[in-house]
Design a protein around this ligand. Sequence first.
Ligand code: ADP
Length: 267
Amino acid sequence: MKRYRVDPDSKVDLDDWDAEETSAYDGDKDDGEDWLDELTDELEVLQELLYAEHKHKVLVVLQAMDTGGKDGVIRHVFEGVNPVGVRVASFKVPTPIELDHDYLWRVHQQTPGRGEIVIFNRSHYEDVLVVRVHELVSEEVWKKRYDQINEFERTLAEEGTLILKFFLHITKKEQKERLEARLEDPTKQWKFAVGDLDERKLWPQYQKAYEDVLSRTSTKWAPWYVVPSNRKWYRNLVIATIMVEALKKLKMEYPKPKDDLTGIVIE
Ligand code: ADP
C-alpha cells in the first residue's frame, strides 16, 4: 500500500496518479467483495481491541471531490465495527458561531478520545480547499494554514492519535457518470444538488488546491494516501487494507483482568 502514500515534501501532480488502476489486487469486483469481507472482519476485531485497551486514538480523514465516495467508504469499510467505539464527524458549511472562532475550533472538539475511531467526513482541509477556491478568506490567511494544520496534527499524534488521511481520487469523467446516475435514479436524486454543477466547473481549481494539500501536509505523523477510486470495490479494499495494517502496528493487547480470576467458579 506504500505506493499510495504521499512522501513528505514531495510535489504531487494528480495527473501522475491513476484513478482507474487496481494493481494491488489481482481480481475483479466479485473477488474484491470477498476480500473486503475478510478485511472488515479483521477490522472488527482490531476495533474491539482498540476499544478494550483504551490507549490509542484513531483519526481517519476522508476528503474527495463530489461523488468521490466518502459515504460509500463509511458504509462498506466500517460496516462491521461496533458503533460504541466509532463515530463519524461531518463538516458542513460553518455555522455563524463556528465562523466566529478559528477554523480548527470545531475540528478539535470532534477528535477521537482513547479507544475511539473517529472518521472525518470532510475536515479542516476544507479550509484550504473550498475556502481557497471560493476566496472566502485572503490568500495571506489560507497560505499559513498548511503549517498550522501540520502542527495541529503533530500535537494530536504526539498525544497518542494515529492519523490516516485518504484522498479518494476520481476522474472528471467518472464524476460525470456518477452525477448522471444520481439524476436518473429516484433513490439517488436526493443526493443531487444543482450547486454541485457549479463546483464541477471549478474542477481544475480544486485539483490544484488538492495537489497543494497533498504536497504540503503529508507528514510522517499524518500521511496522506491517494486512493484510486474510480472502481469502488478497489477503493474500499485499499482503505480497509491500510487501516488493518496500521492498527496491527499498534501492537495492542487486551487489558489484564481487574481482579484475580483464578479458581473462580460460577454457580
Ligand atoms: P457532503 O458533500 O460531504 O456529502 P454536503 O452536501 O452537506 O455534504 O456538503 C457539505 C458542504 O460544506 C460542502 O460543499 C463543503 O465544501 C462545505 N464546507 C465544509 N467545510 C467548509 C468550510 N470550512 N467552509 C466553507 N464550506 C465548507
